[in-house]
Design a protein around this ligand. Structure first.
Ligand SMILES: [Zn+2]
Ligand SMILES: [Zn+2]
Ligand SMILES: [Zn+2]
Length: 324
C-alpha cells in the first residue's frame, strides 16, 4: 500500500544506517535472511545480528520490515527443538527397543539384482571393490544392487530393528526427549521485496560511493556512523567525515515523491547536537518546496538528484566549492 503514511514510514526506516547497511548487503551479496542455529542452540539470523548489533531487536526489525513490505517471507524451514528450552541442537541417539542400550550398528540389506542374493552390505565389499558373495560377479553399476532394507543392530542384546527409538538429548542440562514430545518449529527466512528493489538500490549503493569519494578527497570517513552529540546522545548518520578539523555530516533521504520537510527537521536535530561544520542532506528524487524553504533557515545544504546517479558528483562539487 502506497499511502502517504507508508512513504513517511519507509523514509524513516531507510534513514537508519544499520538498516541500510543490512539491506545493502542483502542486495549486493544476494543474501536472504536465513535462520541458522548458533552456538547457544537458538535460532539466529546471524547476518542481521552482525549488522544490527548483538543487542538489537532483530525480530522486531524483521517484523517492521515485513509490515512495510520491504522484506517478504520465503519458504519456512523447520527445526527440531527441545520442548523446554527451544534449543535446536539436540544430540540424537539410537536406542534399542528391547534393552535400551545406545550402542547400535546401522546395516543395509542389499540385493544383487542379477542373482537375487540378499545380504548385509558389508558382505559385498571385497577389499575395496564390490563383488556379489553369492555368484561372485563384480558389481560395476549402481543399478546392479538394490537396497532392500536398513536395520539397526543392538551391540548389547543383538536384536535388530528397522525403526529404533530415537532419543534427543538437549544440551541444556542433558535432559532427554523423544519424537513424541519434541517441538517442531517453523522459522521463516526473508528476502528483499522486489517492489522496493529499485528504490533501495539507489539509496543503499549510494552511501559507499559517497564514502569512497570523500576518502579520495582526503577525509577520514565513517559510514554508517554513530556520532556522539554534545548532549551525550548518539546519532546515526549515513556518512560522517573529518579533515583538518573540518567535520561533515551527511544523510541520504529517498522517497517515491519529493522529500518532506520532516526529513530536513530530523536531520537538523542531529546536526544541531553534533555541530558539524557542514551538514548535507541528499534527497532523491527531490526535496519538496517546503523542505527547500527550511534549507536556508536550518543551515542544511540540500542536494537533490532525480535518480541518484548524479549524487556523488553534486556532493563533491559542494565540498570542493568551499564554504568553510
Ligand atoms: Zn532442553
Ligand atoms: Zn549375485
Ligand atoms: Zn539391545
Amino acid at each position: 500500500m502506497q499511502t502517504p503514511n507508508h512513504r513517511v514510514e519507509s523514509a524513516r526506516l531507510y534513514s537508519d544506517p544499520n538498516t541500510r547497511e543490512l539491506l545493502r548487503r542483502m542486495l549486493t551479496e544476494d543474501l536472504p535472511l536465513e535462520p541458522t542455529v548458533g552456538p547457544d542452540g537458538k535460532v539466529h539470523y546471524s547476518l542481521a545480528e552482525t549488522v544490527l548489533g548483538a543487542e538489537a531487536d532483530v525480530k522486531g526489525w524483521i517484523a517492521e520490515m515485513v509490515q512495510q513490505d520491504v522484506l517478504k517471507k520465503r519458504v519456512a524451514r523447520e527445526f527440531v527443538m527441545c520442548p523446554v528450552h527451544l534449543r535446536a541442537d539436540p544430540v540424537i541417539m539410537v536406542e534399542c527397543l528391547k534393552c535400551k542400550s545406545r550402542l547400535s550398528v546401522k546395516r543395509s540389506l542389499v540385493e544383487h539384482t542379477y542373482c537375487g542374493y540378499i545380504g548385509d552390505d558389508s558382505r559385498f565389499d571385497k577389499g575395496g571393490s564390490l563383488q556379489c558373495p553369492n555368484c561372485g560377479r563384480p558389481i560395476r553399476a549402481p543399478n546392479e544392487l538394490r537396497v532392500s532394507g536398513v536395520w539397526y543392530e543392538c551391540q548389547n542384546c543383538l536384536s535388530k530393528t528397522s525403526s529404533p527409538r530415537l532419543v534427543f538429548v538437549c544440551k541444556e542440562g542433558n535432559h532427554e526427549f523423544t519424537v513424541l514430545d519434541l517441538a517442531l518449529v517453523n522459522v521463516d527466512s526473508y528476502m528483499v521485496n522486489e517492489r522496493v528493489l529499485a528504490e533501495l538500490r539507489n539509496t543503499l549503493l549510494l552511501d559507499p560511493q559517497l564514502a569512497k569519494m570523500m576518502e579520495e578527497l582526503g577525509y577520514e570517513v565513517e559510514s554508517p556512523a554513530q556520532v556522539q552529540g554534545q548532549s551525550g546522545s548518539k546519532h546515526s548518520l549515513d556518512v560522517y567525515a573529518k579533515k583538518d578539523g573540518l567535520t561533515i555530516a551527511l544523510q541520504v533521504a529517498v522517497d517515491t515523491k519529493p522529500v518532506e520537510p520532516s526529513a530536513v527537521i530530523s536531520f537538523f536535530a542531529k546536526a544541531f547536537d553534533i555541530k558539524p561544520n557542514k551538514s548535507v542532506l541528499v534527497t532523491i528524487p527531490a526535496a519538496s518546496e517546503e523542505a527547500k524553504r527550511l534549507e536556508a533557515g536550518y543551515g542544511v545544504a540540500v542536494v537533490e538528484d532525480f535518480d541518484g546517479s548524479g549524487v556523488v558528483r553534486k556532493v563533491k562539487d559542494l565540498l570542493e566549492g568551499g564554504g568553510r
